[in-house]
Design a protein around this ligand. Structure first.
Ligand code: APR
Length: 244
């Protein structure tokens, strides 16, 4: 007797899925991230130059994340999982909105803003349940703590894990990412040839690589609609209207 495997939906999310929760995307038209150049706040060089500024910047971002609430897109993905679908989420986001919506299998490719990490031993991480990280906050080895996020120019330690997950996908759903940042953007190349890919992004028409089905809508509309299709039929499929 053969046992049927539960189809596996892998979801790659970017800043766009949290936009409707009030968290800004990175590549806005002015090229700034919340009024800062990324070089000044999100690089190892910025940390060496002015760690106080970097900590203040992330303290503000952390406060915003705490105030934000999961939106319809986060909730729909969590609901699909509760309905018995196998759902793995790989997010470039440092917020915890997928988890707060109820998703249980979430890989944070670029780290988590609600965690602090030692500057001498990356294995030493501490939750920042409340408050900020400030100069003078140290790990158990006595070294300054930093946000547990991946800055521009740093290695992405969990990329290998993400590749393995994508290789097991039966369908890949990509939501709200410009796919501009490597190596996250290269994850699409790890998808097996026979696996369909759907992109939900208001700019999908321009961003989608060849062969990718496009839904040019905000995440809060496009994702719940797709999820409803899958729930109704009890299987993962690409709606015919999306096939070229
Ligand atoms: N719904 C879905 N997508 C949206 C929405 C929305 N409501 N609003 C905007 N978008 C899309 C934009 O069209 C864009 O394609 O979200 C995408 C955001 O792109 P980026 O700002 O480049 O964000 P992302 O791809 O997540 O960036 C990757 O870059 O700055 C680093 O580490 C940071 O994880 C981040 C990485």
């Amino acid at each position: 007797m053969t046992r049927q495997r539960t189809p596996h939906l892998v979801v790659l999310t970017g800043a766009g899925i949290s936009a409707e929760s009030g968290l800004k995307t990175f590549r806005a038209s002015d090229g700034l991230w919340e009024e800062h150049r990324v070089e000044d706040v999100a690089t190892p060089e910025a940390w060496v130059r002015d760690p106080g500024l970097v900590l203040r910047f992330y303290n503000q971002r952390r406060a915003q994340v705490r105030r934000a609430r999961p939106n319809a897109a986060h909730k729909a993905l969590a609901e699909l999982e509760r309905d018995g679908f196998r759902v793995s989420i790989i997010t470039q986001n440092i917020d915890d909105l997928h988890e707060r919506a109820g998703s249980r299998d979430v890989l944070h490719l670029h780290g988590e803003i609600l965690m602090a990490r030692s500057t001498v031993d990356p294995r030493m991480c501490y939750p920042v349940h409340r408050g900020d990280i400030v100069l003078g906050d140290v790990c158990d080895k006595g070294s300054q703590l930093r946000p547990d996020v991946v800055w521009f120019g740093e290695a992405v330690p969990r990329y290998g894990d993400a590749c393995e997950i994508v290789e097991q996908a039966d369908l890949l759903l990509v939501v709200g990412t410009s796919l501009a940042v490597m190596p996250a953007g290269a994850l699409l190349r790890q998808v097996p040839m026979d696996v369909d890919v759907i992109l939900v992004d208001p700019d999908a028409e321009r961003l989608a690589p060849p062969g990718v089905a496009k839904i040019g809508q905000p995440a809060g509309e496009g994702v719940p609609e797709l999820v409803r299709h899958w729930q109704r039929q009890g299987r993962l499929w690409v709606p015919e209207t999306l096939l070229e």
